[in-house]
Write a protein that binds this ligand. Structure first.
Ligand code: HEC
Ligand code: CU
Length: 428
């Protein structure tokens, strides 16, 4: 390579290096796997760091040796031939043994962590059944008789044991800051457990490609103080009582995204042990909910951090008659005999016992709909009922808007849809 050619590559190469380096400076990483908030996360973190540090030591030694040899044995004076010989037992035994020892150093902590994170949870744990559907999540709390969708509430400091199954294809349950991914497999129950160490709102994802709307199969996890969890459970156990429709879900947000809210919920103190790895008590650096701020049974929308709020715009082709104002009572009457009841359950409405779609008993108490894709407010509920397949590609809920074009003919006017949405919103 001539000097000119070398210089021509130098600038773009340096620019690329700088760009890659700068991406690492983004401190705002809401879905990072680093900075875990459960003992499961800590043990994986510990293992990752250990292996990384060991790798750095090996890298430095090998590269240093390489450089020394390159310099020491470089061609000093033209075409002198290097010394030729055949075989060197000491060298060969050495370079077989050293990697074997290194592998042992990698294998022991790795296997320990695998066993620790695969172990059965203690029976006293909170049991949660996670059922994957194309493209939404069903969460059941068998100890309490609660069924909900797409939003998981967990008490801080209590181990939650998840039984993972799927109704259709493979999915994978993943909350980056709380656990490793674990697959939902047909005809088989997988388990995973962890103990959240701080109160907050987290994003969850489906991490196994499962069809058209795989990327739209998300969920939220709200880790809350134990007494708040009890309040939430008590509320979810009761039948929903219709009330006035809620204020818009994410009204123009005042203030900074996820502005740090007060001090940490005192999580379990002392050292947690998972396998043989001693995990230091958590230092909570992310903003958390104030325990004394009573939750009125659901996570306060005003406290939702920015990154758990859906940002997907609705399709521009879908419009709604703004003069149609929904009526809760009319909506309730219509719902009882609407096709909706074939797929949705509302406890307290005897005709509504379908299990194909999410349980709607307390749908008004959730912050999002459709696998975390849209905020749960009247605007989005109406558009969703009008034409779900347009809102979410491949949606297994058919469209209901009268003039909408799709596989099935729609039956409802915008006024009827507004009534249905008003009713559902009232189911707090
Ligand atoms: C053929 C079955 C089926 C019928 C009929 C049906 N739905 Fe659905 N519904 C679904 C499925 C499946 C989903 C989940 C879609 C997704 O998120 O991918 C859903 C989701 C919803 C949601 C969002 C719930 C949440 O928590 O995310 C609402 C609200 C809803 N349906 C209302 C209705 C109403 C109102 C009707 C009647 C006009 C109706 N559905 C009829 C299958 C159905
Ligand atoms: Cu999935």
């Amino acid at each position: 390579m001539t000097r000119d050619l070398r210089m021509r590559w130098l600038t773009p190469a340096l620019a690329l290096l700088l760009a890659v380096g700068l991406t690492a400076c983004n401190s705002f990483a809401p879905n990072t796997i680093f900075g875990a908030h459960s003992e499961f996360g800590h043990s994986v973190d510990l293992l990752t760091r250990r292996l990384l540090y060991m790798g750095v030591v090996v890298f430095i030694l090998v590269e240093a040796l390489l450089l020394i040899i390159l310099v020491k044995f470089r061609d000093h004076d033209g075409n002198r031939e290097a010394k030729q010989f055949h075989g060197n037992s000491t060298l060969e035994i050495g370079w077989t043994l050293i990697p074997a020892v290194i592998l042992a150093f990698i294998a022991v902590p790795t296997i320990k962590t695998i066993f620790a994170t695969q172990a059965k949870a203690m029976p006293s744990a909170l049991q949660v059944e996670v059922i994957g559907h194309q493209w939404w999540w069903e969460f059941r709390y068998p100890q309490y008789g609660v069924v909900t969708a797409n939003e998981l509430y967990l008490p801080v400091g209590r181990t939650a044991n998840f039984a993972l199954t799927t109704k259709d294809v493979l999915h994978s349950f993943w909350v980056p800051q709380l656990n490793g991914k674990r697959d939902l497999i047909s005809n088989h129950t997988n388990y995973i457990w962890f103990t959240p160490d701080s109160a907050f709102a987290w994003n969850g994802f489906c991490a196994e490609y499962c069809g058209t709307s795989h990327a739209n199969m998300r969920f939220k996890v709200f880790t809350v103080a134990p007494q708040e969890f009890d309040a939430w459970i008590a509320h979810q156990k009761a039948n929903a009582v219709g009330s006035a429709p809620p204020a818009p879900a994410f009204a123009a947000d005042s203030g900074k995204a996820g502005a740090p809210a007060v001090a940490a919920n005192a999580p379990a103190k002392g050292t947690t042990t998972i396998g043989n790895a001693k995990v230091p008590p958590p230092t909570v650096t992310t903003p958390v909910l104030n325990v004394s701020d009573t939750m009125s049974a659901t996570y306060p929308r005003s406290k939702l951090p920015e990154w758990v709020k859906p940002k997907t715009p609705p399709p521009t082709t879908l419009t709604f008659d703004q003069s149609a104002i929904g009526d809760v009572t009319r909506g309730a009457t219509l719902f009882k005999t609407a096709p909706c009841i074939a797929c949705h359950t509302i406890r307290g409405v005897p005709t509504a016992a379908g299990v194909i779609g999410p349980n709607l008993t307390h749908v008004g108490s959730r912050t999002t709909i459709a696998g975390g894709l849209y905020p749960n407010d009247l605007t989005f509920l109406q558009l969703w009922i009008k034409n779900a397949p347009a809102m979410k590609p491949g949606s297994l809920m058919p469209l209901f808007g009268k003039a909408e074009k799709g596989d099935t003919p729609g039956v409802y006017t915008d006024q009827q849809i507004a009534d249905l949405a008003a009713y559902l919103s009232s189911l707090k």
